[in-house]
Ligand binder design. Structure first.
Ligand SMILES: Cc1cc2nc3c(=O)[nH]c(=O)nc-3n(C[C@H](O)[C@H](O)[C@H](O)COP(=O)(O)OP(=O)(O)OC[C@H]3O[C@@H](n4cnc5c(N)ncnc54)[C@H](O)[C@@H]3O)c2cc1C
Length: 279
């Protein structure tokens, strides 16, 4: 299928992009890597009158350590993040997740901000942000604001972004020597969206773990934290954590809810092992 006709414009600055969004309101969509948007246009799931290309906006593609945080610009490509030594050192969970996002061609174009703004419930990065307690920077006609990942993912493909706002960057607490990260997913083929996945972070605390955060994806409309399992894992009991898994995944085209729940337990055992091993 071909998309419905649309006009195209290229914003050169953030200010220009914000002004264009404010002017065209619901008739416009931002175009970042196009890896999700173009498919929705071609399938006519979306028919905006105007695409505002933000790929030329300067200053939105950086990756930097700023104090105790790692900041990733919205336009940083997945491939750029995947190859970043700074990410490998200071944001190891993101580094573990990156190779699971689609295939190299998709990672060459797809952007970090596009994945977070699109908020596919089976996507890796939204769950990583939830596991890391990240913060999302947003700009709009009324100024700038920040939203915690815990409050950002609202429903199926629905986020705290208002229609005329732009996600500009994501801030992740930088890892230190006590930070532990774990990631695993089950997909039919490598690069497919996950049937179920788990992104996790924790802090080493003596021989055990503290501040355990388990964020599942592919188990509902948004990434979901398994808080009872987090408590059990922090107490050092993996079997109890699996038994406490407070998830109720619905059936979808990939698997039944019962299968997903079983797989969530399998992933928890794998990820618990990663969290408990010092790197
Ligand atoms: C075959 C295939 C397989 C894939 N597999 C996976 C996978 O396994 N895991 C995964 O996570 N993803 C997967 N993807 C999607 C990929 O990660 C996309 O890059 C990502 O979902 C969207 O990023 P994008 O930059 O391409 O955004 P676009 O497609 O350009 O935009 C997506 C949506 O986000 C909005 N948007 C984009 N940037 C911003 C911004 N800065 N502020 C506000 N709104 C914005 C757009 O208006 C649009 O509504 C796959 C894609 C394809 C085609």
């Amino acid at each position: 299928m071909k998309p419905a006709p649309f006009a195209y414009t290229k914003a050169r600055t953030l200010k220009e992009a914000v002004a264009l969004l404010a002017k065209h309101k619901d008739d416009a969509r931002l175009l970042a890597g196009g890896q999700s948007l173009i498919a929705t246009l071609n399938m006519r799931l979306s028919a905006p009158e105007l695409l505002i290309d933000i790929n030329g906006v300067k200053g939105l593609d950086g990756i930097a350590k700023k104090g105790k945080f790692v900041e990733i610009g919205a336009l940083a490509r997945h491939a750029q993040v995947e190859r970043s030594e700074l990410i490998a050192k200071h944001a190891p969970l993101i580094a573990l997740a990156m190779p699971h996002i689609g295939h190299p061609a998709i990672r060459n174009r797809g952007t970090f901000g596009g994945s977070i703004a699109f908020a596919d419930p089976a996507a890796e990065l939204p769950a990583c942000l939830l596991a890391l307690g990240a913060e999302i920077d947003i700009a709009g006609a009324k100024g700038k604001r920040k939203v915690k990942a815990d409050a950002f993912f609202k429903g199926l493909f629905e986020t705290a972004l208002r229609p005329q706002e732009i996600l500009t960057a994501v801030r992740i607490p930088a890892a230190d020597k006590n930070t532990r990260a774990g990631f695993s997913e089950l997909a039919r083929r490598h690069g497919d969206y996950a049937i179920v996945g788990l992104a996790a972070s924790a802090r080493a605390d003596g021989k055990g773990l503290a501040d355990v955060r388990l964020a599942y994806f592919g188990v509902g409309a948004t990434p979901v934290r398994a808080t009872k399992a987090e408590t059990a894992l922090a107490a050092g009991n993996v079997d109890a954590a699996v038994a406490a898994l407070d998830l109720d995944p619905p059936d979808d085209v990939q698997a039944t809810g019962a299968v997903k729940k079983h797989l969530a337990g399998v992933l928890l055992r794998r990820v618990a092992k990663q969290l408990m091993e010092a790197r």
